[in-house]
Design a protein around this ligand. Structure first.
Ligand code: IYR
Length: 222
């Protein structure tokens, strides 16, 4: 019985107070450098960085360790082109009436519109899909738990890893994004969750002058 669910010893070095603070600060400094970028350089990015960042994403915790995610790495220009055309079709309708006025007003500072040139310019797109259920042997359904939370956390790991390597990302959510399943030829149990263009910012790239809330606004101590 005891061997049925084996465990392994888990030991991590305990950093000194100074070292812990320095590491936390270094991570914060990196995190503060991250900005969502919509103007990408077509310069290629190292495959190894993408692989390592995807491995970091796949290391994320998940409900019952079901790892209910897939990451499709798209670099083929023809596929990027198809994705751009399909996303723009949807976004045209969004901006021309599907999004309510309040939403459009909230987006105004971000200066977005239906045009999604970045879907072709960025050297890589990572399409994150969530598996609402798994497919076991013979196609049997395997229940997955806390799928949105799990995949959201994996995306956080992915964005942080790419950012740490000096790459820019865009958390793009074309809506609806069912077209991605078709273009990428993915099975029924996989639903597009987030589309992440990855690359270097274009020369002269500008981003909106926006602020993060202060810690006092978002942290509550009891
Ligand atoms: N998906 C649309 C609209 C959009 C929505 C939010 I919320 C944003 O923070 C940014 C854009 C688009 O990609 O343009």
């Amino acid at each position: 019985m005891r061997d049925e669910f084996p465990t392994v010893a888990y030991v991590r070095p305990r950093y000194s107070r100074e070292e812990a603070v320095a590491r936390a600060r270094a991570f914060l400094d990196e995190a503060l450098l991250r900005r969502t970028v919509r103007d990408f350089s077509p310069d290629p990015i190292p495959d190894e960085v993408l692989t390592l960042a995807l491995a970091a994403a796949a290391a994320a915790p998940s409900g019952a360790n079901m790892q209910p995610w897939k990451f499709v790495l798209v670099r083929d220009p023809a596929i990027k082109h198809r994705i751009r055309l399909a996303a723009e079709e949807e976004e045209k309708e969004n901006y021309a009436g599907r999004m309510p006025e309040e939403w459009l007003r909230a987006l105004a500072p971000l200066q977005t519109d239906w045009r999604k040139e970045f879907l072709e310019t960025a050297p890589a797109l990572i399409v994150v899909l969530k598996e609402d259920y798994g497919l076991g042997a013979g196609g049997a359904r395997v229940t997955h738990y806390y799928v949105n939370e799990s995949v959201g956390i994996a995306c956080g790991f992915l964005l942080a890893a790419l950012n740490a390597a000096g790459l820019a990302t865009l958390t793009h959510t074309p809506s609806p994004m069912g077209f991605l399943r078709e273009i990428l030829d993915r099975p029924r149990n996989e639903k597009p969750f987030l589309l992440i263009p990855v690359g270097y910012p274009a020369e002269g790239c500008r981003v909106p002058d926006i602020r993060k809330k202060s810690l006092g606004e978002v942290v509550v101590l009891r």
